[in-house]
Design a protein around this ligand. Structure first.
Ligand code: CP
Ligand code: NVA
Length: 323
């Protein structure tokens, strides 16, 4: 909800491609209520948010640092080359020390257990800025983008019910995030990964648990055929075949993923008004230029929405948090 309000306030131009996918209804209003108070509140006034990043980042860092500033706070970037962590100091000691001086931590890590350890020993809230298992800030931006494409300005995620999203690519953190989010909201997920790249059980269990608890009507279908996955889908999405940390497997992966590139030919099997999404950074092997820069692509709108959703997430989790 607040992501829509922040975007309306700071970005007065029209949303590109608003209301263009199946089931769209255009609503002028929504999210206006409380917008002025929200923006005025500067919930991070006099607060510092540490960005502990052990991997590279463009979108998460830029959206995050600008969001902290707009909320009145100070971002403090602590890359792995800057602090003692991992070289001279343990994660436990670092968590205790950093959290005793800041008001929130945004952490980009390798193994997911690192962000869990950090959260366990930190005395302030910790947000996952990407781990090998999940990337929650990305899915928030994707959700905002999907809502804009379907029912602009609504804040009601039930407007996404019945949508079908196709994933053609690796079994990775971004796919996991989609599995644990979309079916709960009634969104179907048609997944194609190559042989030897099974869905991660941990994410699948959490997805099924979420569906059971919340009565989500979305279905997860898994296949090894890209054509089968895109069939009739309104949204086609993918990500790099080589995630950060997997660089040594590059040659094998490029071979294993042959036939998985998203092209106009593959999109012929999708819904007529389908859109293409990608969390970025993008490489040509997973999607060619014609699709990536073509009229179906909403990737830059999706990237920009990282900022509006970071604002809303930081306001809720860092700004409203009290000891
Ligand atoms: N999508 C995303 O998280 O991008 P960065 O790695 O550039 O932050
Ligand atoms: N799967 C990618 C996502 C980058 C935003 C990675 O983990 O490197």
């Amino acid at each position: 909800t607040n992501a829509v309000a922040f975007k309306k306030h700071y970005k007065s131009r029209a949303i590109p491609q608003a209301g263009r996918i199946a089931g769209a209804q255009f609503q002028e209003e929504g999210a206006g209520a409380g917008e002025a108070e929200l923006v005025k509140s500067k919930s991070l006034d006099e607060k510092t948010i540490a960005f502990m990043f052990s991997k590279r980042s463009t979108r998460t860092r830029v959206s995050g640092e600008t969001a902290v500033k707009l909320l009145g706070g100070a971002p403090m970037f602590l890359g792995s080359a800057d602090i003692q962590l991992g070289v001279n100091e343990s994660l436990y000691d670092t968590s205790r020390v950093v959290s005793s001086m800041v008001d929130g931590i945004l952490a980009r890590v390798g193994h997911h257990s690192e962000v869990e350890t950090l959260a366990k020993h930190s005395t302030v809230p910790v947000i996952n800025a990407l781990s090998h298992l999940y990337h929650p800030l990305q899915i928030l931006a994707d959700l905002q983008t999907l809502v804009e494409l379907r029912t602009p300005f609504t804040t009601d995620l039930s407007s996404l019910e019945g949508l079908t999203i196709a994933w053609v690519g690796d079994s990775n953190n971004i796919l996991n995030e989609m599995m644990v989010t979309y079916p709960r909201l009634g969104v179907n997920l048609q997944i194609a990964t190559p042989e030897g790249y099974p869905l991660m059980q941990e994410a699948l269990d959490r997805a099924n648990d979420g569906i059971a608890k919340e009565g989500g009507k979305g279905k997860i279908i898994h296949t090894h055929s890209p054509e089968e996955a895109v069939k009739g889908a309104s949204v086609i999405t993918t990500d790099t075949w080589i995630s950060m940390g997997q660089e040594e497997e590059s040659a094998k992966r490029l071979k294993d993923f042959a036939g998985y590139q998203i092209t106009d030919e593959l999109l012929k099997g999708a819904a007529k008004d389908a859109v293409f999404m990608h969390c970025l950074p993008r490489h040509k092997e997973e999607v060619d230029d014609a699709v990536f820069y073509g009229d179906k692509s909403v990737v830059f709108q999706e990237a920009e929405n990282r900022k509006w959703t970071a604002l809303a997430a930081f306001d809720a989790f860092f700004g409203k948090w009290k000891l």
